[in-house]
Ligand binder design. Structure first.
Ligand code: KG4
Ligand code: ZN
Length: 333
């Protein structure tokens, strides 16, 4: 019975897992807090985590129908993420593990985005596979050889794909985070209507900051001719932008898949909730003979069940450290 806590960014989340089975998966979203600022304000995120963490963990225990005394381990997001946000979840997890005398398991957030595929009930890939993480803070191509062996092959040189969705959304006047709304509006638009440049840096890295500038400059020029340009063309803008962002990563996936002779493609992270990226990857799967693993939508954006499954494998292999007796006595617990 493992309690998992995730507070890397702007979602306060807790889950209880019984082995690989998810008993509860609770999330307190902070979107309303950050909406007014068009992006995450780190200090506000930390404070919101502080006020939400106790109710969210309580809710996770209630929904799992267990008492905290029945817990056998605690897993938490060690990083990457916003420092203040990580500190709230990490400190809480450490305190709880000390108080209940339980093993404390730090989990890497990006690895966890890929490990969701091993949650009971999901389609499970074999090793090795090419893991692709697409989130608000990261865009990574990872060679995954085991539950613990993650080799970074490529990453973004600047912005993440989710950041590009959100920032271009902001340019169009959409509210933060814009990914889901762009996805919805794009369904009514023509993706061939506007053409934006696709960055092709050498090697296996990607780049998303150029498209943001190109998109902003394009909009500025068009607005001088027609002040209502965004309003009149919103669906086509969303579809064309989304298509460019997707093709950028698909190009690299094809190159890495060929070079590493890996046809098993496993995706994870908030942007994999995007309907177009899923349908494009499914087309590529047929063309290239890939095996493709897409997570169920509830495990795409940040959640604590993913930290729980990462913790489960580490717990099984005893890949965690205990808080030292010294720190226990210093804290007088
Ligand atoms: O993995 P995640 O929840 O948080 C991080 O670890 O960053 O990813 C959040 C990102 C945001 O940029 C958000 O706009 C994007 O995922 N996102 C989407 C969709 N749903 C969420 N992007 C495109 N299409 C979507 N349907
Ligand atoms: Zn994430």
């Amino acid at each position: 019975m493992l309690l998992a806590i995730e507070t890397s960014c702007d979602d306060t989340a807790a889950a209880v897992l019984d082995g690989r089975k998810v008993l509860s998966n609770c999330i307190a979203n902070q979107n309303l807090i950050h909406k007014a600022y068009g992006g995450i304000v780190p200090e506000l995120a930390s404070r919101a985590h502080q006020s939400k963490i106790v109710p969210v963990i309580s809710q996770a225990l209630v929904e799992a129908n267990i008492d905290k005394k029945q817990l056998t381990a605690i897993a938490y997001t060690q990083g990457p993420g916003l420092l203040g946000s990580l500190l709230v979840g990490g400190s809480f997890a450490k305190s709880m593990a000390l108080a209940l005398d339980l093993p404390l398991i730090p989990v890497n957030h990006m690895h966890a985005h890929l490990l969701v595929h091993f949650i009971e009930g999901n389609l499970t890939p074999e090793f090795p596979f090419l893991g692709i993480t697409l989130s608000g803070g990261h865009t990574q191509l990872i060679l995954v050889k085991s539950y613990f062996n993650f080799e970074l092959i490529g990453t973004t040189l600047d912005d993440a794909i989710g950041e590009a969705f959100d920032k271009c959304g902001k340019i169009m006047g959409l509210s933060y985070p814009a990914g889901q709304e762009i996805d919805n509006l794009a369904k009514k638009g023509n993706k061939q209507r506007f053409t934006f440049p696709i960055a092709r840096p050498k090697g296996y890295n990607v780049s998303y900051s150029g498209i943001k500038t190109a998109f902003m400059n394009f909009i500025k020029i068009e607005q001088t001719k027609n002040p209502k340009f965004i309003e009149k063309n919103l669906n086509d803008l969303c579809a064309s932008l989304q298509n460019t962002l997707i093709q950028t990563i698909i190009n690299k996936i094809k190159i890495v898949s060929n070079d590493f002779e890996l046809k098993r493609i496993v995706i994870g992270g908030g942007v994999t909730a995007n309907s177009e990226i899923c349908s494009e990857l499914k087309k590529q799967k047929i063309k290239n003979g890939w095996e493709l693993f897409i997570p169920p939508v509830e495990y795409t954006t940040d959640n604590a069940a993913m930290i729980g499954i990462g913790g489960y494998f580490k717990l099984n292999e005893k890949k965690y450290g205990n808080l030292s007796d010294e720190s226990k006595s210093r804290l007088q617990i």
